[in-house]
Write a protein that binds this ligand. Sequence first.
Ligand code: 3HC
Length: 301
Amino acid sequence: KRPAGAPDKELARKVTKVGVVGAGLMASQLALLFARRLEVPVVLTDLDQERLDKGVGYAHGEIDKLLGKGRLSPDKANRLKGLITGSLTKDAFADADFVIEAVFEEMSVKQKVFAEVEEYVSAECVLATNTSSLSVTEMASGLAHPERVVGFHFFNPVAVLPLLEIVRGERTDDAALATAFAAGRALKKSCVLVEDAPAFVVNRVLLRLLAEIVKTVDEGTPIETAERAAAPLGLPMPPFVLMGLVGPAIALHVNETLHAAFPDRFPLSDNLATMVAAGKGGVYLPDFTLDPEVVEIFSGG
Ligand code: 3HC
């Protein structure tokens, strides 16, 4: 069954090579997913060799883990590794028909990246953005071919979570959208078409919840109490652990985008902002360790 609002799949163009801009946590997970499911060459680009090596190394390491679990044959594992390569320059995208960016969440950076990619790819190449909350329409606005830009928003961990939000910008055409849906299906994701609204649907709902929980902690509730109180809500992991997984900087960024759009409903978290400014990654507070009993509650114990 065609997802609501998805164009006719006959319009989809074939994807034979994929470019990934960025080689960070999200980008390297995406490279792995595209190579594994589409079995086409996937090239990552980043600013320096170290980041590139780390990104390609992550994808290759995950392939080794799948091999170890018996999910891939040695032949297939080798083939997949061969499909994932890195390049410092975007001319490696020349024959790509689908390029996805997962770089820093800043509109001007993403616009610059797409403008650079446009110099190398054909007019039909889809430009997809994995942005968590920024406007797809605005991102496409300065391009020669804004009609090929789509939002393609994955969730962490990419290999595990089934949902993919596909976003149509104001100028996105049916061929680009159909190609995005066909690619999403081939990636074995459950695709939904969402409006180009701040933080789309999932992050708008999730951040409302996280922002409120953070606010209770800002106001003096101990983290452990907030975590325990959230347990009956049915989240798959405790909220502060989830923020660690998403990355506090990303959580703050989505929080800020939503605060700008809906100031009455999305309070800014001073605590989150302070932590990000101090360069703390991965955990909410430096000396915070999760109560093992809370972990047990969340894991069904
Ligand atoms: N990468 C790859 N695979 C992973 C993984 C990762 N980072 N983390 C877990 N997995 C795999 C494991 O290998 C395991 O696979 P297997 O069953 O084939 O061996 C499977 O997932 C289950 O893992 P575990 O048994 O270790 O742990 P859990 O059952 O507790 O699941 C979880 C872990 C999948 C991370 C689960 O806790 C979960 O779904 N958490 C919520 C995540 C979430 O809400 N993400 C959305 C964040 S919002 C976002 O990303 C949007 C952005 O724009 C901000």
